[in-house]
Design a binder for this molecule. Sequence first.
Ligand SMILES: *[C@@H]1O[C@H](CO)[C@@H](O)[C@H](O)[C@H]1NC(C)=O
Ligand SMILES: *[C@@H]1O[C@H](CO)[C@@H](O)[C@H](O)[C@H]1NC(C)=O
Ligand SMILES: *[C@@H]1O[C@H](CO)[C@@H](O)[C@H](O)[C@H]1NC(C)=O
Ligand SMILES: *[C@@H]1O[C@H](CO)[C@@H](O)[C@H](O)[C@H]1NC(C)=O
Ligand SMILES: *[C@@H]1O[C@H](CO)[C@@H](O)[C@H](O)[C@H]1NC(C)=O
Length: 486
Amino acid sequence: MVSSFISPLLLSLAACLPMAGAGNPGFVVRLTQNGLDYARQEGMRVLQQELAKIHIPDFSGSTHTHLGKVKYSFNSMTIRNFQLPSSQISPVANVGLKLSISGAFIEINGQWHVKALHISTKGGFDLKVEGLSISVGLKVGSDTSGRPTIGLSDCSNHISDVKIHVSGKLSWLVDVFRHNVDNALRKAIENQICPLVSNAITSKLEPLLQTLPVTAKIDSVAAIDYSLTGPPPVTADYVDVQLKGEFFELSHRTTPPFSPPTLTLPVDHSLMVYFGISDYLFNTAGFVYYSAGKLVFNVTDNMIPKEFNIRLNTSSFGVLIPQLSKMYPDMLMKLQISSTLAPSLNIKPGNVSLSPKLDIQAYVILPNSSLAPVFLLNLTTTAVAKVTVNSGRIVGNLDLSRIQMDLKHSDVGPFSVTLLNVAVNYYLSQVLLPQVNQILNKGYPLPLLDKVQLTDVVLQPQQDFLLLGANVHYGKAENSTWVNKF
Ligand SMILES: *[C@@H]1O[C@H](CO)[C@@H](O)[C@H](O)[C@H]1NC(C)=O
Ligand SMILES: *[C@@H]1O[C@H](CO)[C@@H](O)[C@H](O)[C@H]1NC(C)=O
Ligand SMILES: *[C@@H]1O[C@H](CO)[C@@H](O)[C@H](O)[C@H]1NC(C)=O
Ligand SMILES: *[C@@H]1O[C@H](CO)[C@@H](O)[C@H](O)[C@H]1NC(C)=O
Ligand SMILES: *[C@@H]1O[C@H](CO)[C@@H](O)[C@H](O)[C@H]1NC(C)=O
């Protein structure tokens, strides 16, 4: 529960240096005023605990009165209550964030001890430090690993009043040196506040920011680079954290042959955080898996549901292509389906689709297990993608809407490809697609800090990017599911 200081903030602090090569980020996290306010609330809880660690030193002194020299000491002071009832946070364009705390108060108990002439007396006191205001400037940046950073750029504080109430015999004596007590306490407290604020930032907030998964490993092939492209730009209304948002191949990283589009996030800021997920993220995924040779699938007869009567063998196919069963009587077949181009996602307002180009190479499996190529089809398909968010992951599901197919090459003589429509449609939609969807259903992780969950998720395809808006909940992971379809 410790590390909650300004968690959503961290999200958005991720960063955007305009210097890093290709310019545009592939992924933007926008923290709105609502998000900053939520972060502030969470942060205040932590800060309150930190500030309650103020150590109030014993102090003593002497003063001259009409009774002669009076020696006093105050000791055993403990903080009974420390409240930060009112605070504000606001982004300051091109600078960072400003946190203002006002009306804070501290209640302290302690013991006093006075010696005057031959009298020695003591009692207890209650002290209330009122009207404590703290002003904190925060600078946001990024480190060399591409993680967001936050630091104190300035800090000041002021106490408007110290009220002391003493009890015990001769407590009136305390009035004599009330002024000294007041000054000593102010100084002791004022000197400790900014160092404690600074400590809260380095010990609680910075470590939380360091939990940004700048490299999110997906599988044995690829990972997503979520590092900041530079220090987050701050405007008067929001903080944008700009991330690379790029898939890369773990074994050898190459530069994708295309760059991210410009993302223009809408001005609606009613939710705490908005993610702009550009088509670049998805297209680099397509590029990486295609380049790694992973977009190749085999279909064999044992994968085809029992109830479907066009089996993947030459007897079955021989009904459609008689030459096939003549050349290879009653043998099993195998299809190799491969993407002939890196697939790319087409994101438009209200619609996410892709049009992969596929080749299907058909083989006959000979009795000695070697493969004899029999024909090659080329296909253009259109698939509509449903994208949702589930437990902090972007999850997809494809639906095939159209298949066009041509015979590219035949080793068994010419035949009409339309005869194969029913079979190929079935194999693609009932055998290949479920495999692809199984992968897409696992999804990709969003760049979230530890213990940050998204609620009230809204997902909207915009031109060239997905806009994901959400509120943030910081706390123990509950593994709740938030799904939003469009
Ligand atoms: C598909 O079949 C080919 C040829 O038999 C084989 O080399 C390849 O490893 C198979 N691919 C998969 C993903 O099973
Ligand atoms: C091919 O499929 C037919 C059903 O269409 C079946 O009767 C036959 O046994 C199958 N042949 C092989 C080799 O699996
Ligand atoms: C989405 O785009 C696909 C491909 O461009 C198209 O077939 C489909 O009708 C579109 N759907 C909507 C709701 O616009
Ligand atoms: C398998 O059988 C075919 C045809 O009978 C032959 O051409 C091929 O060389 C054989 N392959 C192996 C690996 O034995
Ligand atoms: C198949 O490939 C040929 C030649 O490359 C091309 O002209 C044709 O449009 C392709 N057909 C489909 C359905 O993609």
